[in-house]
Design a protein around this ligand. Structure first.
Ligand code: PAF
Length: 286
């Protein structure tokens, strides 16, 4: 496994690999790798002959007062894991190597970045889209892999790729969960023991909402209100930022009968200062 810090070296390697007939896969990460990332790497391994991962805690996707400084950085452990998973190349740039002093260009996927998580994190998705486009330019892979836990991010990246004619296939893999159902996330480690125990309510409530819809409930306003109550019964969870029912393709708010058959049920909550998100996608009859 080779670790590359320099952008132009990275691009050259990708070009050489591609002209040698390889299929190149990219798994972009912010490091602190967990089983969710490993699932993406394994998926990439199956479909590609050479695998890149990038490890970069991207400052432009953190807002003022967010956890950029305390975000876990565990490069040594990550490199060991990547190597044992058969990753071929790790792109590990310094912040100054990714963003020059006078960086002024940002990618905004209009509308999609301002709803759901974008309400409390108004510059987050612009930072994500910008760094992901930069990564696609530095590592022009055939395929790139993203987790479905960050569902809004996935929809935004797919839209950017389509709108800007980027020649890369986006593939996603299902959310990996702890044994009690909590979605794996690098931020779970911020939780106190009590918060960690109660955090399972998010997935439980998403599944409850799915059951209600499957058994014919169409009053989404009522479902949302009850879901919020269920979550807030847990004393260590302080706020429900949203509990939304949306079209799984467009992220538009759903009303029955939905336009598409796939509906996203997504939630964001705060436990203390830790923000947790989760979602499930369900098939609904028209
Ligand atoms: O999902 C993440 O880890 C990040 O948002 C990403 C896609 C690597 C961009 O920094």
């Amino acid at each position: 496994m080779k670790v590359i810090k320099n952008k132009s070296e990275c691009r050259k390697i990708v070009e050489t690999l591609k002209s040698g007939g390889n299929t190149v896969g990219l798994v972009p990460t912010m490091g602190s790798l967990h089983e969710g990332h490993i699932a993406l790497i394994r998926m990439a391994r199956k479909e590609c002959s050479r695998i890149f991962i990038s490890i970069f805690v991207n400052p432009s996707q953190f807002g003022p007062g967010e956890d950029y400084v305390k975000y876990p950085r565990e490069t040594k452990k990550d490199l060991g894991l990547a190597e044992s998973e058969g990753v071929d190349f790790v792109f590990l740039p310094p912040v100054s190597g990714m963003y020059g002093n006078n960086h002024r260009t940002f990618v905004e996927v209009e509308g999609l970045g301002k709803i759901m998580c974008g309400v409390s994190r108004p510059t987050h998705f612009r930072g994500v889209a910008t760094v992901v486009l930069k990564l696609f330019n530095i590592i022009p892979a055939h395929r790139a892999y993203f987790g479905e836990k960050d569902y809004q991010q996935l929809v935004i990246i797919k839209k950017m790729v389509k709108d800007l004619d980027i020649d890369i296939k986006i593939t996603s893999s299902p959310t990996i969960r702890e044994s009690d159902g909590l979605a794996m996330s690098s931020r779970n480690r911020y939780l106190t023991q009590e918060q960690r125990k109660e955090a399972v309510i998010i997935y439980k409530t998403l599944k409850w909402a799915r059951r209600e819809i499957k058994s014919g409930e169409k009053d989404l306003k009522k479902l949302r209100a009850v879901a919020e109550l269920k979550i807030l019964e847990n004393r260590n969870i302080g706020t429900v930022e949203y509990f939304d029912f949306r079209d799984a393709y467009t992220l538009e708010e759903v009303s029955f009968p939905p336009v598409h058959r796939k509906m996203l049920i997504a939630a964001a909550v705060r436990a203390g200062t830790t923000r947790l998100i989760d979602n499930i996608v369900i098939n609904v009859k028209k």
